[in-house]
Design a protein around this ligand. Sequence first.
Ligand code: NIG
Ligand code: FE
Length: 404
Amino acid sequence: MTSLLVRDLAQIVSPAGSGAPLRGPRLRDVSVLADAYVLCEDGRISEVGPMAEVPKLGHEVAELDGRGLCAIPGLVDCHTHACFAGDRVDEFDLRSGGAGYEELHAAGGGILSTVRATRLAGADGLAAAVERHRAWMLGHGTTTFEAKSGYGLDRETELAMLSAIRDAGGVPTWLGAHAVPPEFADADAYLTFALEEVLPDAAAIAEAADVFLERGAFDVDQARRYLEACRDAGLELRLHADQFTEAGGISLAVELGARSVDHLEATGSEGAKTLAASDVTGVLLPVAALFLDRPMPPGRELVDSGASVALATDFNPGSAFCESLSVACSLACTQIGLSPAEALSACTVNAAHVLRRADRVGRIAPGYDADLVLLDAPDWRYFAYHLGTDHVAAVVQAGKPVQS
Ligand code: NIG
Ligand code: FE
């Protein structure tokens, strides 16, 4: 048996209770245990308690000194595009001078420029890219990450992306409907290819499918066609919707029983009400809103009206070149009006719910995976409070220290 005792922690902080998703006032209910320990055995948490009750353990148990550190659960980033080649630094420069994101996309840049670079990378290049980005995320405390394909848009590259994500330990999502690649006349022709030629193999690797429902990408009928076929192939459903315009994404997500609808920068109060009354989780991506100078999603309204809400980075080279959930939490607090506790639950338990892993990750409690982030800070809320500094001193993954 491999055991690790993390002892003398200043605080152990975890979303309280059990079950997921946490809605309404339950989202801000975190437990804080002072002067405490966590015992990890065989990759799982076996005990959590105050130091006054620490069990006597033999020499075979490794110890980690937690003095001055606060433990929060290993973070769950449920929305990233971490498999990409190249960069968009030139586009970033152009946008800083006033060029629009949608305008660049319409001119064949944006997402399509990353598609060109990603198609050239080859399977080894893609594996190296995901591995590099996984390490960046881990350094910020992300121990569970989802990543989407969607920068291949041909059979070989899409499948290579999904395999690279899976092999790096990520949760793969087939974003087969991200953009229409230039070799197809229109979105319908591309979808026919994607559903006939890519879906059967993509469904064997991916856990979910995703679509970019937006003007200039896929409309609501095209999104329905794509998602229904993916659902029939056994995939969970997710949508990029209401990023620039409200185009029926929330209603479609509810109609199809999607796992999540993500972005929501353009969502109005009708959409927020529809989402709150459903089982679909709204994923807030404040970094993308900031990066593209869009309004923030109505996260406060969603939480107050009882919606299931998660928080993620949207890490990608174009609209959110940021892999830090600390930054996302900070923006959730300062720009959306969530409390640090709500932000933490949104990127742990509720994000795990989106990925169907809420029984395994997202809490520091017996039976959960032994994934911990140790913060060198006098109070765990520094994780959100200190903008641009996450205070991550060490990360424990599956009961092993992996980063310090
Ligand atoms: O979530 N909006 C669509 N897709 C990504 C951006 C991808 C890109 O710009 O490369 C997003 O923002
Ligand atoms: Fe995205």
